[in-house]
Ligand binder design. Structure first.
Ligand code: SAM
Length: 279
């Protein structure tokens, strides 16, 4: 049952933090000439028209990129904002890139991407917005299952983005199982796991499982726009990063306070930037 469509949510405050962290990790990996592999287990459609009925339904992009585009000069957002601007050369904000488009627009000839998307129409859209060929493969398959067959990845350096909808509660357990699998098969990979805060207790349980997992070098970055609530939808979201670039925490630590001030609703912005498990 695939009811989730990212088109309703593209460019919201959660996407801003997720994609900013993604861009900074890829930029860091590209400081070395050696190739890296990008694996996106839940890729989405790749490119979103913010003028579409879906995006206009709740105008969620106005909780995120809509508040930053052309007005924000935070240094920590510049790499990310440049990509959004490149997709909107007409100067007004009309399109938003999803994680696979962000990644593939940054790939060098030696890098490769595997993009998993289970929803048939989003997979079809994805095929049309990323380069075809050996460098980039779109797979209309379960990303949790497909991941196992790719590890350890050929380049031996990898960013794995795990970004499920969490509409099925089983996703909270499947992400932990995926992180354990990656740790067993490719412990050096950088993994970026996105999570929503809809019910805080679910994220506390997720953190506890990770702390007890034996996996080391885990950081957590979270941006909230409203105080936690039960039943009122997503109030915060975050990224849990395993094997982050050593520079990333300082970058995110500098970015989160002004971003929370900018995007918080009625001054209710808040953030976390923590080491969950040390190296
Ligand atoms: N990563 C995208 C981005 O940042 O632009 C957004 C992805 S969206 C949150 C989650 C996507 O996962 C949806 O497009 C959904 O159809 C897809 N999906 C759900 N379950 C999946 C699965 N088991 N394997 C692969 N894709 C799945």
């Amino acid at each position: 049952m695939l009811s989730y469509r990212h088109g309703f949510h593209a460019g919201n405050f959660a996407d801003v933090l997720k994609h900013c962290v993604q861009v900074e990790i890829i930029s860091y990996l590209q400081k070395k000439e050696a190739p890296f592999d990008y694996i996106d287990t839940h890729a989405g459609a790749g490119r979103y028209a913010l003028t579409s009925d879906m995006a206009q339904k709740n105008r969620e992009y106005m909780t995120g990129i809509g508040r930053l585009f052309k007005t924000c000069d935070l240094p920590g957002l510049q790499n990310y904002l440049r990509l959004i601007e490149a997709l909107n050369p007409q100067q007004s904000l009309q399109h938003y890139p999803g994680s696979p488009l962000i990644a593939t627009s940054m790939l060098r000839p030696q890098d490769k991407a595997w993009l998993f998307e289970l929803h048939p129409s989003d997979a079809e859209k994805l095929r049309h917005c990323v380069p075809r060929g050996r460098q980039c493969q779109v797979r209309e398959e379960d990303g949790f299952a497909g991941l196992a067959s790719l590890l350890p990845s050929r380049a031996r350096r990898a960013l794995i983005l795990i970004d499920p909808p969490y509409e099925q509660k089983a996703d909270y357990q499947r992400v932990v199982d995926a992180l354990r699998l990656i740790h067993r098969k490719m412990a050096t990979a950088t993994v970026a796991l996105w999570y929503p805060v809809v019910e805080r207790r679910r994220i506390e349980a997720l953190e506890k499982q990770l702390v007890a997992s034996g996996i080391r070098n885990i950081e957590l970055y979270e941006l909230g726009v409203r105080a936690d609530a039960c039943g009122g939808g997503m109030t915060s979201s975050g990224m849990i990063v395993i094997n982050p670039p050593w520079t990333l925490r300082a970058q995110v630590q500098a970015l989160l306070p002004p971003l929370a001030a900018e995007l918080g609703v009625n001054g209710g912005g808040h953030y976390r930037c923590e080491v969950l498990v040390a190296e």
